[in-house]
Design a protein around this ligand. Structure first.
Ligand code: PMP
Ligand code: GLN
Length: 379
């Protein structure tokens, strides 16, 4: 078979989680909560299953969930979307991103990616015959070099993909970032896919700035979100895409043939669960305690880090201590000391070794404490 994605293997998240399991390591690699969701949410699913909500949902999502999501969006960001024509419930942000890319990108189109970039962006672009154009973020803070983004634009640029809070760095967009992006695309035929799956996981009083809050960007952006991250149910694979009517129309043409629709009882359960704003407003506090616990432990080591601004990942640099590549170190620590992480080189096209590991702190405190004790004793 002639591969359409010759350079793509199995994702690092699958590889590292398998290795963690094989070596019984504490798994701080793949990003998912190491604890259960609210039992009430599970009861809601059961309730709706018993009520018979077990057949296909409408292609665009259960109306009640779309309405609740619109209410939440208005409450949190002060922005209006029409639940009928501008909101689609999908099978995870991965579905949202794939369907959005597919609805926009034609062969030969260029798509700007800010590197390091989450792993599902480039393959989706390539499968459409598009060309990823990589713009490096400024290290060590992972901020955006807007002149470089400007220089990367061409007549063929069709789309820019952005992600805030950023995986793997936790960097959160500022007002200036939004304004810079808006200025770059305002008079051009360029769309935006904004991956905002960590919208509710933000620290030190920072507020997530969604692309939808800028009037120019709102008109051009597919805002992609994930209930999995917000309600500790990554295994449910359920998310959403908010976009203006014309863009949503094209988006749904694709989505209906990728998955058609998304698990019905989960949609009803989430609609009811969303009514209580505490369920998402308590997230910053909840995760900040875990970030701080992990960072306090790191302070007792020689490793370098800046506490994450958002997301549930903490990056750690060790280049001043060792020449070992981040991939080799992540593998060695999983096998030898029993703590699994993600080497951030995998988020770069050329797998550049920056000697940075990414740790997921969405874990039970006991597990984080155990991991940190091991790391403190390790070389
Ligand atoms: N984007 C980013 C930045 C992520 O970290 C993830 C991780 N799951 C996703 C998208 C995919 O979200 P989902 O599981 O809802 O498909
Ligand atoms: N988003 C998760 C991470 O960055 C992984 C999700 C997946 O394995 N697809 O770790």
């Amino acid at each position: 078979i002639q591969s359409k994605l010759p350079e793509v293997g199995t994702t690092i998240f699958t590889i590292m989680s398998k290795m963690a399991s094989d070596y019984q390591a504490i798994n701080l690699s793949q990003g998912y909560p190491g604890f259960n969701c609210d039992p009430h949410l599970i009861e809601l699913v059961y309730k709706y299953m018993k009520e018979g909500k077990n057949q296909y949902a409408p292609m665009s999502g259960v109306p009640l969930l779309r309405e609740r999501l619109v209410e939440k969006t208005k409450k949190v960001y002060g922005v209006d979307y029409d639940s009928e024509s501008e909101v689609t419930i999908v099978s995870g942000a991965t579905d949202a991103i794939y369907s959005a890319v597919t609805s926009i990108v034609k062969p030969g189109d260029e798509v700007i990616l800010l590197e390091p970039a989450y792993d599902c962006y480039a393959p989706a672009i390539k499968l459409c015959g598009g060309i990823p154009v990589y713009v490096p973020l400024n290290l060590p803070d992972f901020s955006i070099h807007w002149n470089s983004v400007k220089d990367a634009l061409s007549d063929k640029t069709r789309l820019i993909m952005v992600n805030t809070p950023h995986n793997p760095s936790g960097y959160m967009w500022t007002k200036e970032d939004l304004e810079n992006l808006a200025q770059l695309i305002v008079d051009k035929d360029i769309y935006v896919i904004s991956d905002e799956v960590y919208e509710h996981i933000t620290f030190d009083g920072r507020k997530h700035l969604s692309m939808m809050t800028h009037p120019v960007l709102k008109e051009r952006t597919f805002v992609c979100g994930s209930f999995g991250k917000t309600f500790h149910v990554t295994g449910w694979k359920i998310g959403y895409c908010l976009a203006p009517e014309e863009m949503t129309r094209e988006f749904r043409k694709v989505h209906q043939f990728v998955t058609f629709s998304t698990a019905t009882p989960l949609q009803y359960a989430l609609a009811e669960y969303l009514e209580d704003e505490h369920h998402y407003l308590e997230l910053p506090d909840f995760y900040q305690k875990k970030r701080d616990l992990f960072c306090e432990g790191l302070r007792e080591t020689e490793l370098l880090f800046t506490p994450a601004q958002g997301s549930f990942f903490q990056q750690v640099s060790y280049g001043h201590l060792s020449k070992e590549s981040d991939f080799d170190l992540a593998v060695r620590w999983t096998k030898e000391i029993g703590v699994a992480s993600i080497p951030i080189s995998v988020f770069f096209k050329n797998k550049n070794d920056h000697k940075i590991l990414r740790f997921c702190f969405a874990k039970l405190d006991e597990e984080l404490e155990k991991a940190i004790k091991i790391i403190q004793k390790s070389k």
